[in-house]
Design a protein around this ligand. Sequence first.
Ligand code: HEM
Length: 416
Amino acid sequence: MTAASADLGRIDLAGHDRYAYAVPYADFDRLRREDPVHWHPEQSGPGFWAVMRYDDVVAVSRDTATYSSETGAVALEDLDADAINARKSMIDTDPPRHAQLRRLVTADFTRRRIALRADEVRQVASTVLARTIPAGTFDAVEQIATAVPIRVLLRILGIPSADEELMIRLGDRLIAGTDPDLGDEGTGDDRYRLLPFRSPAALEMREYSGWFRDAARRRADDTSLLARLASEQIGGEALSQADYDAMFLLLIVAGNETTRSALALGIEALARHPDQWLRLRVGADLDAATEEILRWTTPLHHFRRTATRDVVLRGRAIRAGDKVVVWYTSANRDEDVFPDPYRFDVTRNPNPQISFGLGGPHRCLGEHLARLEIKTVLAELLSRVSRLELAGPPRRIRSNFTNGLKVLPVRVEPVH
Ligand code: HEM
């Protein structure tokens, strides 16, 4: 082993503390350059292959027969077979089962259907910003990034507005369990081993989804997504309660925290790059800006697959059963795809950002919704704010998975 490769062996992409103050981009860069399919040992696990280059991330995502989402689920953390089964949602399945589940929810998230929601999303964003901006200085995570996505999502899913606050509280407790400021008390407790995120809030969410399904079955006129799903069938049989609960939880968690991160880190990026804010103020295209915010922020660092057979990837011999982790954060800074990748450029074009995954059947179900929310918040911000700047240091979520902020103090000068 050379001194250089021994040095690479000390890179730690898995420790949550590595992400508490900054994303370790320099490590991603080195690995992309020197060892793009890198064997990464783990302190409490068998180790994993870290896939760093854009093309390889796409290839792994596409080849579901070789790289399974089902065998070991998609979290980096290793779970027992019973925990995998108990938590399994659509994202942890392979074809053909995956297609059966995805078919149940896909129609509500097509580009066309989401475009019909534009007024609704604008109304939510506008209400939130009308309340927030006059304060001048505020926490943009709490006041904007957290406030918009969950409200939009709950409407699309068909959760009654009376239960909005409950869902917001449960959703917040479910996520970011690796951050002591945000996580749920159940993390690490064996009683919650079989629950998603090991979180007691998952239990409460399941109780709610059981109640919601019963109630929805009695309301034949409710055509919203989760109400329709209540009576859906797979292969001639009613969707099991476990599948219903898992889909319920997946939709709420996947559609909430990710968009929140994109909004929070996107606002931070604009505050740190006044030249780019100015370009938007003078009319730069908001669709291009949305793509650049998605690339720049990469709200989820990675997803995991498990090799189903021995395979060679970029010259590295991967064995059946090995964990293979695709790092979107690295792929979004791949200089072979994005010239000058560390330049935040709201006019970047082309911009094949990979934050939603790319190439495989699991590609994000909510991508059009997330884009609409980001673009709408941007438009509303631009119409109300002339100057945007940081009012204090942002605080990051301690997580190797979620790239997010828990606090973002900003100061704005309202448009007069
Ligand atoms: C900026 C916001 C978002 C980001 C960065 C994001 C990212 C991702 C990624 C990386 C995947 C996995 C892709 C793969 O394995 O190939 C995914 C899957 C998924 N996303 Fe999103 N997502 C976002 C917003 C949303 C929203 C708004 C929803 C709405 C419900 C949503 C629902 C889902 C679901 C259900 C899956 C699983 C799809 C499947 O297994 O077929 N996401 N997302």
